[in-house]
Write a protein that binds this ligand. Structure first.
Ligand code: HAM
Length: 427
C-alpha cells in the first residue's frame, strides 16, 4: 500500500507531461484571445459553498464529496468543481467593480469520490471558463465558441455539441409538475435512484443511463413545449448566433446536467472516441448562483472540461505535439578532481538557456558517453588530464563523431554558434 497511489488517482509521469504542457498552453492562449483572465482558487472550500451551489440533491453533494473537518470542527470539502469557488471569489472580491462583465478561466485539480473507471477519476483536472454579468445569449454563444476553439486548436475531431434549455424559475416548476404527472403511474418501472429523483428532482430522471428508465424517458413530454417566452427566445437567439459562427449542434431535450445551478442553456461536448464517460466537457447558464451564494442577482454562463479525457482523446487520435528536445550538452570528466570546473562549465551553459547535464554518480568516461548517448545529447564536452593542462575541453559531436579541442573560455561562444547554425539549418 505504501508505494501505491490512492484509488482513482494517478501520477502524471514525465513520459506524458508534454501533453499537459501543450494542452495548458493552448488553453491559456485561446482563452486570453477571447479576453478571459486566469483565476486560481483554493483546492478546498467550506462545505456549505458546494451544498448551496451545486445542490443538496445532486449526486456530487450526496455521494461524491471529499469532506473533512478542520481542527476547530468546521466542515471543509475538496472542490468537486470550479464554478461555485469562482462565484464565491467573484462575490468576496467584488470583482464586478472592475467590470460589469467578468470573464475568468481556471485550470486545476477537482475531487469527486466516484467509482473509478476509464475516464472517471477521484482526482482529475479541469479547465473552465466563466462569464459573469450578462443575461444575453450572445455570451452563451461565445462560451461555446471559445470552448470549441480549444478543441479545434488541439486538432481533435469526432466531437459533437449537444444543446438544451433547462428553463428558469418561471417555467421549470411547471415542467417538473408535468414530469411528475407523466412518471406517476410508471414509478414501479423506474430504478431505485430514479424513484428518489422522482421525489426530489424529476428532471434528473431524464439523465438516467439505466435501460429500464431510458425506455420510459424516451416518450416523456419535451421541455421545449413548456419553456416560458424569455427562455424560448433566449434559446432561439443562441441557435442563431451558433449558426452564424458555423457551429454545428444537436438539440437534445434529455440533456440535463448533474449540477442543480443550471438555467436556460445547458450543453455538453461529446467525444466519439471515449466509451461510457464520453463527455469531454459541459456547461451552461447559471443565472441564480451568484444570488444563491449571497451576491446580488447576476446572470452568468460557463463551461468546464476534463483534461484527462481530452488527453486520452488526443492519444487515441494520434495528435502530434511538440516534445521537449532533451539534453543538448553533456559534460564528462575522467576524474572527480575535475568536478569543480565541470560544475562551473555546466552552470554557465545552463545560464545561456542550453539544456546541459553532468555525471552525478562518478561513472567511468565510457559509462558517461553511454549516458550522453541515451540522453541524446548533441555534444559531449570531455575534461581530462590533457585538456586540464591545456585549459581546454574536447568537444565531441555525437552525430558525426568528429571532435576537436577548444579553450574553456571559448566554450559558450562556440556552443552558441553551433546551435545557431543548427537552428538556421532547420528553417
Ligand atoms: P461537469 O459536467 O460536472 O461540470 O464536469 C465537466 C467535465 O469534467 C466533464 O464533462 C468531464 O469531462 C470532466 N469530469 C467530471 N467528472 C470527472 C471525473 N470524475 N473524472 C474525470 N473527468 C471528469 C462542471 O464541473 C461544471 N462546473 C461546468 C460548468 C462551468 N458549468 C458552468 N460553468
Amino acid at each position: 500500500m505504501l508505494a501505491k497511489a490512492p484509488k482513482g488517482t494517478s501520477d502524471i509521469l514525465p513520459s506524458r507531461i508534454d501533453y499537459w504542457y501543450y494542452l495548458e498552453n493552448i488553453i491559456k492562449e485561446v482563452l486570453q484571445n477571447y479576453g478571459y483572465q486566469e483565476i486560481r482558487t483554493p483546492a478546498f472550500e467550506y462545505t456549505e459553498l458546494f451544498v448551496r451551489g451545486i445542490g443538496a440533491t445532486t449526486d456530487i453533494v450526496n455521494k461524491e464529496m471529499f469532506t473533512f473537518q478542520d481542527r476547530k470542527g468546521r466542515s471543509l470539502t475538496l472542490r468537486p468543481e470550479g464554478t461555485a469557488p469562482v462565484v464565491r471569489a467573484y462575490i468576496e472580491h467584488n470583482l464586478k467593480r472592475e467590470n460589469p462583465l467578468v470573464k475568468l478561466f481556471y485550470l486545476g485539480s477537482m475531487f469527486r469520490c466516484e467509482k473509478p473507471q476509464a475516464g472517471r477519476y477521484r482526482q482529475f483536472n479541469q479547465f473552465g471558463l466563466e462569464a459573469i454579468g450578462s443575461p444575453l445569449p450572445i455570451i452563451d454563444a461565445e462560451i461555446i465558441s471559445a470552448s470549441l476553439a480549444i478543441y479545434q486548436k488541439i486538432g481533435l475531431t469526432d466531437l459533437s455539441l449537444m444543446l438544451n434549455s433547462v428553463g428558469c424559475r418561471e417555467c421549470r416548476p411547471k415542467y417538473l409538475a408535468v414530469l411528475r404527472e407523466y412518471f406517476l403511474d410508471k414509478r414501479d418501472s423506474l430504478c431505485p435512484d430514479c424513484l428518489l429523483r422522482y421525489e426530489k428532482n424529476p428532471l434528473r430522471i431524464l439523465d438516467c443511463k439505466k435501460e429500464q428508465c431510458q425506455k420510459i424517458v424516451k416518450k416523456c413530454p419535451s421541455i421545449f413545449d413548456y419553456l416560458c417566452e424569455d427562455c424560448a427566445t433566449h434559446f432561439l437567439k443562441l441557435r442563431q448566433y451558433l449558426d452564424t459562427l458555423g457551429i454545428v449542434y444537436q438539440i437534445n431535450p434529455l440533456l440535463v446536467r448533474g449540477l442543480d445551478y443550471y438555467t436556460k442553456t445547458a450543453f455538453e461536448i461529446i467525444s466519439g472516441e471515449l466509451g461510457a464517460q464520453n463527455a469531454v466537457g459541459g456547461g451552461g447558464r447559471y443565472d441564480y448562483l451568484v444570488e444563491e451564494l449571497g451576491g446580488n442577482y447576476t446572470p452568468a454562463v460557463g463551461f468546464a472540461a476534463g483534461m484527462e479525457r481530452i488527453i486520452e482523446t488526443m492519444i487515441k487520435q494520434s495528435i502530434k505535439i511538440p516534445v521537449w528536445e532533451g539534453i543538448k550538452v553533456f559534460v564528462a570528466t575522467t576524474d572527480a578532481s575535475y568536478f569543480v570546473t565541470a560544475l562551473e562549465i555546466v552552470n554557465q551553459i545552463r545560464e545561456k538557456g542550453i539544456a546541459a547535464e553532468i555525471d552525478f554518480l562518478g561513472k567511468s568516461l565510457k559509462a558517461q558517453m553511454r549516458l550522453a548517448n541515451k540522453l541524446k545529447a548533441s555534444y559531449v564536452l570531455i575534461l581530462g588530464q590533457e585538456e586540464w593542462q591545456e585549459k581546454k575541453v574536447t568537444i565531441k559531436d555525437m552525430v558525426n563523431s568528429s571532435q576537436e579541442k577548444i579553450l574553456i573560455t571559448e566554450i559558450l561562444a562556440y556552443l552558441q554558434s553551433l546551435f545557431l547554425k543548427k537552428e538556421s539549418g532547420k528553417s
